[in-house]
Design a protein around this ligand. Structure first.
Ligand code: PGA
Length: 246
């Protein structure tokens, strides 16, 4: 499985970043899971510089532009140079501050152009009885995939993160039954854009209040390929317990 942690802005000291990285390295060295961590970019730079471990690095976001007169932007080229091999794109916390599908597609294209593997976040804000959230999810996928070539589409990892389940407790997270249904639905939508075994080979991760209490059941029952973990991935105890539970 892929175990990706989204550090967000939770980690604001070098000391803590170093400790979390050391833990991830230790866990990865005894595990068949693939570990991906996403420190804030300056921390990513110095941790990745000395990295000879199995842990990979992910930029939490990248710019929708290339380099030049763009104050404050972290381009995909910079993220790659700093040591990232993955880029998280379209997280709901970025969408909440105005990122739309057009901008997200641009980011994705820049990531791919630099050889970064994009993890594209999708997820509905809420559920409705008429199933409109399904059309919403389809559109989040379709608007991005429609502009890409088959080869580019095959590089994408999907992270399904229903917004209503993010930052809550495991009891308020998704159920195994609902997640199983959603993973099937996402793969069905993907099959409209990917030929052959493309849709079944696309890794689909789940994120939203994953912790020690629900990780195992969600991993075993739902057909996901891994997790994108926020809060439970930025404390040493909760992260090691979660990985042990898997
Ligand atoms: P959470 O965050 O695990 O704290 O719910 C997940 C995410 O936002 O990626």
């Amino acid at each position: 499985m892929i175990i990706a942690t989204n550090w967000k802005a939770y980690v604001e000291s070098k000391e803590k970043a170093k400790k979390l990285f050391a833990l991830a390295k230790r866990l990865a060295s005894h595990s068949t899971h693939e570990f991906i961590i996403s420190p804030p970019m300056p921390f990513l730079g110095f941790l990745a510089d000395k990295n000879h471990s199995k842990v990979s690095f992910m930029a939490q976001d990248i710019s929708s532009t290339v380099g030049g007169a763009k104050t404050g932007e972290i381009t995909s080229a910079v993220a790659r140079e700093a040591g990232a091999t993955y880029a998280l794109i379209g997280h709901s916390e970025r969408r909440a501050i105005g990122e739309d599908n057009t901008l997200i597609t641009q980011k994705l294209q820049h990531a791919l152009a630099q050889g970064l593997k994009p993890i594209l976040c999708i997820g509905e804000r809420e559920r409705d009885v008429d199933g409109e959230y399904l059309a919403f999810l389809r559109e989040e996928i379709a608007s991005v995939y429609a502009t890409l070539s088959q080869k580019e589409r095959l590089q994408i990892i999907i992270a399904y993160e229903p917004i209503w389940a993010i930052g809550k407790t495991s009891t308020e997270s998704i159920t195994v039954t609902d997640l199983t249904e959603m993973i099937l639905y996402i793969r069905k939508v993907l099959s409209d854009f990917l030929s052959g075994r493309g849709a079944s080979c696309t890794p689909v991760l789940y994120g939203g209040s994953v912790d020690t209490d629900n990780a195992r059941a969600l991993a075993e029952g739902s057909g996901i390929d891994g997790f994108l973990i926020g809060r439970a991935g930025v404390e040493l105890d909760s992260f090691s317990e979660l990985v042990r539970a898997l």
